[in-house]
Design a protein around this ligand. Sequence first.
Ligand code: HEM
Length: 502
Amino acid sequence: MELHNDPLSIYLITFFLFLLVLFKLFQKQDPNTKLPPGPRTLPLIGNIHQLVGSLTHHRLKILADKYGPLMHLKLGEVSNIIVTSREMAEEIMKTQDLNFSDRPNLISSRIVSYDATSISFAPHGDYWRLLRKLCTVELLTTKRVQSFRFIREEEVSELIKKVSASEGCVFNLSEHVYPLIYAIAARALFGKKSRYQEVFIKTIKKQLSLIGGFSVADLYPSIGVLQVRAKRKVEEVHREVDKVLQDIIDEHKNRKSEQRETVEDLVDVLLRFQSEYPLTEDNLKAVIQVRNIILIDLQDMFIGGGETAASTVEWTMSEMIKNPNVMEKAQAEVRKVFGSKGYVDEAELHQLVYLKSVIKETMRLHPPVPLLIPRINRERCQINGYEIPAKTRVIINAWALGRNPKYWVDAESFQPERFLNSSIDFKGTNFEFIPFGAGRRICPGITFATPNFELTLSRLLYHFDWKLPNNMKIEELDMTESYGATAVRKSDLCLIPIVYRP
Ligand code: HEM
């Protein structure tokens, strides 16, 4: 055809071939080509725009349905790998767990965790091992958790009194459950008479709201101005928390022996640990760290123990209201087990097999920390044939795993029966169900959290029948989640209690 002889056509074809060669060359040289698949990135923002519009864990699930269970997303300047299958989660948290045991160096976590010296944010290594050991042999042992039984029983009794006083009226359960769980954590940490309890709760909550979600400064670590601004904001709140923590520690240190309580609180344990810690002169760094251990563990325990357990109580009650047959069965079980005693205590909680399944089912659909805590890999590695460069952020979507129809029959429906006679548990070995994470960095607070929500729920079920207010239909109960580090209910759960009189 004449086209061949037309100079413009020749020019266009040559130009096109040139582009093709360039593209191929670019493809060969680009190390990103072996990254897991993901949506195309835009200059500067990468894939940030794809996360806008709804909650991050929801958006990530939609994207993973399209691009696969190991997906690459560039958020700002930072490469992220999003994990959404049981197999990939196992690869990260079991097979290659050691390599993936570090946490990213986020600006907020650096500041709130005393330059990443908390258990949650410390890099994997000797120092972190020391903190974990402190948890497993001192702070969060079954024996220690049992020693706080009287605190839980007293605090839950207070709640029950308040609910009874509101019989037949609308009772805002959310407004009471959060302070209850915080009060239990605070008493376990500081002892009964801490005048700092309320101010501590307030400042920690302010801090929590700052560290939730993605911060722009963390997405653009090379832009100094952003770092400075973010740092200033977080530091301001952190200074308040630091002051309260220091006051609490000083108060404990200065307490005379007759003022001490019979049961050691966790600050006492930490202080004792400090005095037992071998402090040598040439180990000044360790002295600073030991001070940090005390300060930071208080925060870890408090943040970990508060919001998460309270949201579990709130979601479990919400799901039971939405599924009245489940509520009836759970109530029948609690009333049968404790009927002869006439009250609920911790001694027989292990008998509540059905309620435990209800709690598991709630955590499957509403894991309190839906994206766990991000990790990074120390060394470059391969997963499923894909290349993962060193220091890539890894986000595991526990929320999506819990709703994947590949692992769960009728995945979106609330069926606690699926956990009856099943060995599936949240202890980190079933990677489709990991509300507490898994591997080396699994939550060390499971033993502390469990009696908090089990006792609260069983008493709420034993003493009351529950109704929705204003003739609301169960389909009308709003189940929207709010945005933040933890997936709590967006609207408060308000119900009408009717006292159960056997
Ligand atoms: C329903 C209650 C709770 C849930 C759902 C929960 C969930 C989690 C999750 C998902 C992680 C990250 C695990 C990972 O990276 O694989 C974590 C870590 C952690 N949790 Fe919890 N948690 C709860 C209660 C508690 C309690 C009561 C405490 C302390 C008293 C606590 C202390 C911690 C600490 C210190 C870490 C950091 C562990 C590390 O990085 O080595 N948590 N938790």
